[in-house]
Design a protein around this ligand. Structure first.
Ligand code: GLN
Length: 538
């Protein structure tokens, strides 16, 4: 489908950040898909980093990796999980990426003779990024603008979407503004003024929202609808409430459908109102909210446990595994540094232990305590990326007797680098987009747990790492019970290890959490939670 027949939806945010624009955009995409429309989803981030790959979890939360190996904003994870869309390098643009292209073109003589300016050159580049979504077969392209209306760095992005409204025609473009209607406990009232002011910021740029979606913790009353409509300049029926959900973020699409947001969108875009089928989604949600199975406690040991966004996809994938197995789930975040003294009381009573990915030495010794505890106490264990590397170090040290075994990432001159830098990573000094990224195939050993779980001989999963299992230690580790069962097709890279002497102990170099969705959990998470469920039943 060309950009002429593709419709565009722009989602902006007002009042504060962290309103859930990503979840709202993803929910809209799900609803439109379930009405038979093909959608794409894209995030534009106004910050100057070229991508979030080099940002600390403190700044940015998780870095989500797509099939094609792009390091992206975590909202893309919501897009894939809710709407089942497959994101790619066109799905996330930062101001840094936009400016880089403009500057590269300038150096290449692409603007010879001209003064290069934010308007029109940067805005043209933004428009090109947006239009790149309108590929063959896409009916509706949804673009979320990061940040909040009023941010200085967001201005070129808002200017670009304003211009597109004019260029593509009113009937092809829809502006949805997500805003906050705060509740003041002291006066016990909902306040519409912040939303009015944020709509007025958009108006001053020339954008009048078609639909106002209002995040609120209390139901909006008629007087609020009336004020929001009149003073934000939005028709009464286009003011939509998005109330906080109680149990699961996967309730959001159902709530928005109950508010008829999808019907409103199709009406405004002049598209036929086909039937909405949420049967499968609602069945999944019912299991998520009222599981009939036992309660499982899954411990996740990381170093940013107070920041849930840092492990977003991990928590979601654990949730998917619990839903698939009809289990009530409690995720226990454990700061790995707290395990470093050897006190394992935080690990008691867990039905599964997961050591997720990460970078740097801080917290590693605590993660090794968690691996050892899971191994010795026969607790289902899933190690992911850094978690697999920890499983390797733990066996090397505690079973193979290689006391100073370590990863070269933590101690570059360690005498026993059981984890070492990958050959192709040697000599790379540039940061950002330079790790081993994206989908790679992996062959599963006949008769292994992994093979049994996936049910096929070759899988493909997403990666993000620089270090790998050192093949010089393959035999000694295998003789110590840690068996490589997933290997790259060329036979060199160990992608999965497991312990046949343990009820469920598997660790992988890739990130299975990135491809897990509530309707189609990644097989490893499904099986890990199943094992945890068995453990919980005793
Ligand atoms: N820091 C490790 C590496 O670069 C693991 C990376 C990760 O867990 N994503 O290999």
């Amino acid at each position: 489908m060309s950009e002429n027949s593709c419709k565009f939806i722009f989602v902006t945010g007002g009042v504060v950040s962290s309103l859930g624009k990503g979840i709202t955009a993803a929910s809209i995409a799900l609803l439109l898909r379930q009405r038979g429309y093909t959608t794409s989803l894209q995030k534009l981030d106004p910050y100057l980093n070229v991508d979030p790959g080099t940002m600390s979890p403190y700044q940015h939360g998780e870095v989500f990796v797509t099939d094609d190996g792009t390091e992206t904003d975590l909202d893309l994870g919501h897009y894939e999980r809710f709407a089942g869309v497959s994101c790619n390098r066109n799905s996330n643009y930062t101001a840094g990426k936009i400016y880089s292209s403009v500057l590269e073109r300038e150096r290449g003589g692409g603007y010879l003779g001209k003064t290069v300016q934010v308007i029109p050159h940067v805005t043209d580049e933004i428009k090109k990024a947006i239009l790149s979504q309108a590929t063959e077969g896409i009916d509706i392209a949804i673009t979320e603008i990061g940040g909040t209306a009023g941010d200085i760095e967001g201005l070129p992005f808002l200017e670009a979407i304003r211009e597109l409204g004019l260029e593509l025609g009113k009937e092809n473009v829809l502006y949805i503004h997500l805003t906050l209607v705060p509740y003041l406990a002291a006066s016990r009232e909902l306040k519409t003024k912040p939303s009015q002011q944020s709509a007025s910021i958009l108006r001053s740029i020339g954008i009048i929202p078609d639909i106002l979606v209002c995040r609120t913790e209390k139901p909006l009353m008629e007087e609020h609808y009336r004020k929001l409509s009149m003073f934000c300049n939005v028709p009464r029926n286009a003011v939509v409430e998005e109330r906080n959900v109680d149990n699961s973020i996967y309730e959001v699409p159902v709530e928005l459908a109950a508010q008829k947001l999808d019907e409103l969108i199709l009406d405004r875009l002049g598209l036929p109102l086909s039937r909405l089928d949420l049967t499968q989604w609602k069945e999944m949600l019912a299991r998520a909210i009222h599981p009939s199975g036992p309660r499982v406690r899954i411990g996740v040991t990381g170093k940013y446990m107070q920041l849930r966004d840092a492990y977003k996809s991990i928590f979601e994938a654990i949730t998917h595994g619990a839903i698939a197995n009809d289990l009530a789930l409690e995720i226990v975040g454990i700061e790995s540094e707290e395990l470093e003294g050897g006190d394992v009381s935080l690990l008691r009573g867990l039905d599964g232990i997961l050591v997720p990915g990460g970078f740097g030495y801080r917290g590693i010794e605590g993660k090794l305590v968690a691996v050892k505890y899971a191994r010795e106490n026969k607790i289902p264990f899933l190690g992911i990326c850094l978690g697999m590397q920890c499983a390797v170090i733990e066996t090397a040290r505690n079973i193979a007797g290689i006391e100073d075994a370590n990863s070269a990432e933590f101690v570059p001159d360690t005498p026993h680098p059981v984890i070492h830098l990958m050959e192709e990573q040697k000599g790379i000094s540039k940061k950002g987009g330079t790790m081993r990224l994206g989908l790679y195939p992996c062959d599963l050993k006949e008769g292994s747990l992994a093979r049994n779980i996936y049910g096929v001989g070759r899988i493909s999963e997403r990666h993000r790492h620089r270090y790998e299992f050192n093949n010089e230690y393959r035999d000694v580790l295998e003789n110590s019970g840690l068996v490589p069962t997933g290997i790259s097709p060329d036979g060199f890279l160990v992608e999965i290890v497991e312990r046949p002497d343990h009820p469920w102990f598997l660790a992988c170099q890739f990130h299975p959490e990135f491809t897990s969705t509530p309707l189609k959990p990644n097989p490893l998470f499904r099986a890990f939670l199943e094992a945890a469920g068995r453990k919980a039943l005793g």
